[in-house]
Design a protein around this ligand. Structure first.
Ligand code: GLN
Ligand code: ZN
Length: 751
């Protein structure tokens, strides 16, 4: 009798129709109280668990659920509360959401991307309170699943090394200190889980896929040895994902019962073939891609499992997704408008669990249902491969696309043309998407109002906001992106090669979800995408209105690209399509064109050795899209989030004339990067955080700008918020921008 088990690593929180988001936002608005929110969350949590059980999963994760973010949950359960929020009761929801979203006198905690995904976690700040175990969340959720559904779940916790490495507020050489402080708390969690009868516990250590130093890997060895010495009764599965683990031969010797590896990203198959896998451990085989929505070729996967069985103990495999299914939508069942060919090729979370269940069954026995599923999956892939989506040919790629003149020379042409003041003010692109904007779009989509009525509405919003921006006296205006739901999906709808879903949402940050388009085949530009809206906006004002496009790297990273398509080829196809749009904008008289690349940093491989390839491809694509414009056309780009030190050179290589970067949530750390480099191009370091409803004061804005001007030449500096304003309301936005423009004007005078 074999003991091969099926398992899941984490399930999407948001519900089939984003019930999760609705409930949380209703609570923020004060429409429902905390008890009501908790009840709704519980029922969603149980619904999610029940589904996984019905889909035949043996090891069902518990404790992966969250009301905002699991890193924030972990921090609070350890009583790790930033100083500025310690007036709250740490166990109260008000504390939780205040840290996440900021409040009147306290800025929100920093938020950053979870490894190379578009999921954002709240960065724990270690310098505040003394850690203690306030709540054993894993235990509460374990008990809940057992009592309510008779599910003996597998508690999931973020491991100590990953947790501390992702936290901030300590010096590098205090890592061990902090891990030591938290270790007893981890042990207590595990003791209590063991006493409650938990059989398996999943400890997530994705940090093991990054380049750890010798000291750090020694710390990993010591920590897991300590846990093994002190805790008995539970079997620990050490879970990694997103990349090949570094120091493989040492990781597999750790005293844990199982190790979970990602067999989709990275080269684990080569590694285990070369170094083997200990037969006394269970191997969690992450075989189904947890980060993509396309159906797997089950026969191929089965063969891979057979290869793995020859190396590892065939009796103790655990079949699972490559990572938590947090990164994919819930189910494809609800999709009614998709081309059936495309829908047939999809596999969202529920369908992926079914694939896992099928593969697990296949390893136990051969039966007709399994054979049928194998054939069906292969056919689905072949149909797509032979379809029209794949039939067009790529244009040949110009390898060394670059602007005709170097920056400092073309800058003169741009200055002459644009005549901007010192410290020019602008915004990042989107303006508040009010309920009215969203509702009108829904009505138009449902056919309740005509195309013409919808267009007129969009124009009236644009017009209203051009006037507001003029009144605010901003220098470079935007049209507001009212016609866009999402910066990637919008282009996905207009470019050939993409398809879009109705319910394919995934959590991005907090309650915010995104709906990545599906990249099915060859990408082509058919007709102008943004020209109509921008030229309309430009016709209303004498100030320059920025053209607004999403860049090739971001479109690629935020789409679900079919695994049969070579990523970099597709990226260049997108770039060439965008180049046509850039030139169309220029031809229509637009003199500033922004090509956003917020996903550039996030897409970086975990393993630094793979960075040069990624960078080269990114730079090539960006330049393909932007370098054939005239000297006087100013190219902007925008990026989100910190750690720019790492990608500084790439930013320079993109050769955009102006870059705006999100800065305030990383509390000024980016500025240091510019201290040590001689950056010549123009730059707008975001002067306030748009993720928080808080309105920045004039004083604080001035301070932020002055701090930046200590290291950046005033001639190079732009004044803008951190990111697009679509999630903010009108009142907040106007108030904040008023202060921002006032700060800029004040500083101009003092020069
Ligand atoms: N232009 C986009 C906006 O303003 C950029 C968004 C982003 O960086 N994520 O919404
Ligand atoms: Zn941004």
């Amino acid at each position: 009798m074999t003991t091969i088990l099926s398992s899941n690593l984490g399930y999407p929180r948001i519900g089939e129709k984003r019930q999760w988001k609705r409930a949380i936002e209703a609570f923020w608005r004060g429409d429902i109280n905390a008890t009501c929110l908790q009840e709704q969350m519980k029922s969603l949590r149980l619904h999610n668990l029940k589904k996984q059980k019905e889909l035949g999963i043996d090891l069902i994760p518990v404790g992966d659920f969250s009301l905002y973010d699991h890193l924030l949950d972990t921090a609070i359960s350890f009583n790790i509360i930033p100083e500025r929020f310690t007036h709250h009761d740490p166990t109260d929801l008000s504390c939780y959401f205040a840290i996440a979203r900021g409040e009147k006198n306290a800025v929100a905690a920093e938020m950053t991307k979870w490894f190379n995904t578009n999921y954002h976690y709240i960065v724990p700040e270690l310098q505040g309170t003394e850690p203690s175990l306030l709540e054993n969340r894993a235990l509460s959720y374990y008990e809940e699943a057992k009592e309510e559904l008779n599910i003996d779940g597998k508690p999931v916790i973020v491991g100590p090394i990953t947790f501390v490495k992702l936290a901030k507020g300590y010096h590098e050489n205090e890592l061990e200190n902090w891990v030591n402080k938290l270790l007893p708390l981890y042990e207590q969690i595990l003791h209590e889980l063991s006493a409650a009868g938990a059989e398996w516990v999943q400890i997530d250590e994705p940090i093991l896929g990054t380049n750890l130093s010798e000291t750090e890997i020694k710390l990993v060895e010591r920590v897991y040895q300590m846990i093994d010495d002190h805790v008995s009764g539970v079997q620990i599965i050490l879970q990694t994902y997103f990349e090949t683990v570094q120091h493989y031969h040492r990781i597999i010797k750790l005293p844990v019962k199982g190790i979970g590896l990602d067999f989709v990203h990275g080269e684990h198959i080569d590694v285990i073939n070369k170094f083997g896998f200990p037969t006394d451990k269970a191997l969690g085989v992450g075989i189904i891609n947890g980060r993509n929505v396309w159906r797997a070729d089950l026969e191929d996967k089965y063969q891979l499992l057979e290869t793995i069985q020859r190396v590892a103990n065939p009796e103790t495999l655990i079949i699972q997704p490559s990572c938590s299914l947090l990164h994919v939508p819930v189910t494809k069942e609800l999709e009614e408008k998709l081309d059936p060919l495309v829908k047939n090729g999809l596999s969202f979370a529920d369908e992926k669990l079914k694939e896992i269940q099928t593969l697990t069954t296949a390893l136990h026995e051969e039966n007709d249902a399994v054979q049928h599923a194998f054939t069906e999956s292969k056919e689905a892939i072949n149909y797509l491969d032979q379809s029209d989506y794949r039939s067009h040919l790529t244009e040949s790629i110009r390898k060394d696309a670059k602007r005709e003149l170097p920056f400092l020379e073309r800058k003169k042409y741009q200055q002459k043309k644009l005549q901007l003041p010192l410290l020019p003010t602008t915004t990042i692109g989107s303006l508040p998407q009010t309920l009215e904007v969203k509702q009108t779009r829904t009505k138009w989509r449902k056919g309740e109002i005509s195309e013409q009525v919808y267009n007129e509405f969009i124009e009236s919003e644009t017009k209203r906001w051009i006037h507001i921006q003029e009144k605010l006296d901003l220098d470079v205006l935007v049209h507001g992106e009212f016609e866009r739901t999402d910066m990637v999906e919008y282009f996905g709808e207009k470019l050939k090669g993409f398809a879009v879903t109705e319910f394919g949402w995934v959590q991005s940050y907090g309650s915010r979800c995104v709906k990545p388009p599906l990249l099915v085949g060859n990408v082509e530009w058919e007709k102008a995408i943004t020209v109509k809206e921008i030229t309309y906006a430009q016709s209303l004002t004498n100030k320059p209105v920025k053209g607004m496009l999403t860049g090739p790297v971001t479109i690629l990273n935020w789409s679900f690209v079919h695994e049969q398509l070579p990523r970099f080829t597709v990226q260049n196809q997108i770039a060439l399509a965008l180049e046509k749009e850039v030139l169309a904008l220029e031809k229509a008289g637009i003199s500033i064109i922004q090509v956003d690349e917020p996903a550039l940093r996030e897409g970086l491989p975990l393993n630094r050795l793979k960075w040069p390839n990624y960078f080269d491809a990114a730079v090539q694509a960006f330049k393909l899209a932007t370098s054939t414009v005239k000297h006087e056309t100013q190219i902007h780009t925008h990026m989100c989030y910190s750690e720019f030190g790492e990608i500084y050179e790439v930013i320079d290589d993109l050769d955009a004339d102006v870059i705006s970067i999100e800065t305030s949530r990383s509390h000024g750390e980016i500025i240091e990067t510019f201290e040590t480099n001689d950056y010549k191009k123009e730059i707008g370091l975001g002067v306030y955080d748009i993720h928080s409803p808080r309105i920045p004061t004039l004083q604080e804005l001035e301070m932020n700008i002055k701090r930046a001007l200590e290291t950046i030449d005033i001639e190079q500096f732009w004044i803008n918020p951190d990111c697009g304003l679509k999630t903010r309301n009108e009142e907040e936005t106007i108030a904040a921008l008023e202060n921002m423009v006032a700060a800029a004007k004040k500083l101009r005078v003092h020069q």
